[in-house]
Design a protein around this ligand. Structure first.
Ligand code: PGA
Length: 250
């Protein structure tokens, strides 16, 4: 079974030396796991050097964020042309941790558009902060999807990946249940198809939030997802290797 794994290193590790070591172990597992496409998202400061040193074909690289403007007075930001110049192909957009720092739906929309215009694969992160029995989280997820994808043409939809990450399951001990994810996957796909007059049926949907070597296979098989977005475990070489080898055997 084919799958996609996005390794979101977040603001880790603390040195370029350690980042190189982590990339080397990620490279090795990727060589063996032929049915798993791994996208590595290191901190932007390491991205160019790690990408330049990587000579293989199995790994893709993502930025964890990018500004929607291509240049200008935006202190502390990184532009899509700069990321492109580092030969990076993917970009995370609207990660929950960035939204928590103030990124709005409008920013996210502009970033998705800018990333598509610059020929990147945007990995659009969505997910509610909390759940109640009334099912309001479905309304919330629909709003996030329509906010970000409203004016996207059907052809461009094919280049987007959706990463559903319920904020309440990020950085915790356990992930969301695979059965619940199955329902959410159907909901996301249906919402996108309804918004785009039938287009988007094959959009790639990933799950993220406390994915580890124990729950990954269940989520992939029973959650009806195309892949996983992995945070903490992606920076622990041995655990990440076992997670990938579990997926390689599916
Ligand atoms: P986690 O992070 O796997 O550490 O929960 C996931 C994410 O936020 O990308």
């Amino acid at each position: 079974m084919k799958s996609i794994v996005v390794a979101n290193w977040k603001m880790n590790p603390a040195s370029l030396r350690d980042a190189k070591k982590l990339l080397e172990s990620t490279r090795k597992v990727a060589e063996v796991a032929k049915n798993v496409s791994i996208v590595v998202a290191p901190p932007s400061l390491y991205l160019r050097e790690l990408r330049a040193a990587y000579k293989g074909k199995r790994l893709s690289f993502a930025a964890q964020n990018a500004h929607f403007e291509s240049e200008g007075s935006f202190t502390g930001e990184t532009s899509l042309p700069q990321i492109r110049d580092a030969r990076v192909t993917h970009v995370l957009v609207g990660h929950a941790e960035r939204r928590a720092m103030g990124e709005t739906d409008e920013d996210v929309k502009k970033k998705v558009h800018a990333a598509l215009d610059a020929k990147f694969t945007p990995i659009l992160c969505i997910g509610e902060t909390s759940r109640s029995s009334g099912g309001e989280h479905y309304v919330y997820v629909r709003q996030q999807l329509s906010g970000a994808l409203r004016d996207i043409t059907p052809t461009k939809l094919a280049s987007i990946m959706i990463a559903y990450e319920p904020v309440w399951a990020i950085g915790k001990d356990t992930s969301m249940g695979a059965r619940e994810m199955h329902e959410m996957t159907i909901f996301i796909r249906k919402t996108i198809v309804d918004m785009h007059n039938g287009a988007g049926m094959n959009i790639k949907i990933l799950y993220g939030g406390s994915v580890d070597e124990k729950n990954a296979a269940d989520m992939l098989i029973n959650g009806d997802v195309n892949g996983l977005l992995v945070g903490r475990v992606s920076t622990q070489a041995a655990r990440f290797a076992s997670l990938i080898s579990v997926l390689a055997d599916l």
